[in-house]
Design a protein around this ligand. Sequence first.
Ligand SMILES: [Zn+2]
Length: 313
Amino acid sequence: MSIQPALTNDPAYREFLREALNSHPYPSQSGFNVHAIGVTKSGLKIIGGNHEYGITSAIHAEESLRANWAEKAGPKDLIETLGFATKEDSEMFFPCGNCRDVLKDIISPTGNMIYGNPDGKMEKLPLYKLYSDDHKKLHGINVTAQLQRLVDDALDSLNKSYDYTLSDKNKNSLYAASIQTKSGEIFSAGFEGDIAYHPSLPIRNAQILLKHSPGITENRLSIDKLVIVQKTKPYVPYKDRQYLTEFVEASNFFLGKNNYSNPVPIYLFEVEDDGKIKNRWRTFSSDWLPFPFSPKALGFQNELKNSIDKLFR
Ligand SMILES: [Zn+2]
């Protein structure tokens, strides 16, 4: 990652972040106030705060911002600068995976993100750095019998995926995932849609199978590889990448390994209807969600470790 967040002292950014503090977060459970602001190409300013409800559910500040943007600006007026204001100096936090999906089509690719205290430390990062290019072609790597089995299992899950709200036109946006563990087990899952547009995503579904199937061992927690299968060029929402990031972080923490020296290889396959591989790519869990919003980044290392410890009790 060549570009890192850089400190900025720009008075215009100070003024901009100050305006974000006019938003009204409602963090009834976490107590963590997030004040977001965006300024569009035409100069329109939009704010949004996080709102918590239910059982640790929340509308994130980015989601409030998008809803306000849709009412006031709309698709022709993209957000050029995105800001998050804090009342004290703190580390820079980055949007969660889901919020990257929420923001992706409403921000300008040349825009910036400003984070910090309008009266103290502020940092800046180009918005495009929050996204990654997964499509680096694989050359000279054979699809071994083992890899083919992961593809076949994922394809089977893809064909079982449930969603009746997709139109024929975007039917191929569905994908499925297979996780191969160091214990030699394979956990595959597809997409589970629902009428309320709150689907359960394939990597998440595969992880639930992995964690909650009886007979867990340390070697099952260590993910050897992840395979994604789709009937067009694969695209995995950042929301599902977030689940992988969090799980890899938890298992690496439990196993005493470093996330960056022990990333999970991710193989992405475009397949024909009959399962024949058309194209293949590879990336790594450490590149897939740049600048992750993760438990470790928020200081929840012990909770991470406990989440795994209790699988063995
Ligand atoms: Zn978020």
